[in-house]
Design a protein around this ligand. Structure first.
Ligand code: SF4
Length: 74
């Protein structure tokens, strides 16, 4: 699973970080760092909670590549 990060929407609420600080990294002003996030299967529950907690919808859940990872292609 991936989290697509829409930096332009982030308003620095840090709610994602408060749910899962190991998954959602913020800069010193509390804004999410750029770059999509690759989530390990064991971290999916926390990542989903964090992504859904974002009031700006800056974190989009992307499962489209899951089958590729499971096949061992990537
Ligand atoms: S919860 Fe949303 S708005 Fe707040 S820091 Fe995280 S991505 Fe940005």
């Amino acid at each position: 699973m991936h989290i697509i990060v829409r930096n332009a929407k982030c308003q620095g609420h840090a709610r994602c970080w408060s749910q899962a600080p190991d998954i959602f990294k913020l800069d010193e002003d509390g804004y999410i760092l750029p770059g999509n996030i690759n989530v390990a299967e064991r971290d999916e529950f926390l990542a989903l909670r964090g992504a859904r907690s974002c009031p700006e919808r800056a974190l989009e859940i992307d499962r489209s590549s899951d089958h590729i990872t499971n096949d061992g292609v990537s």
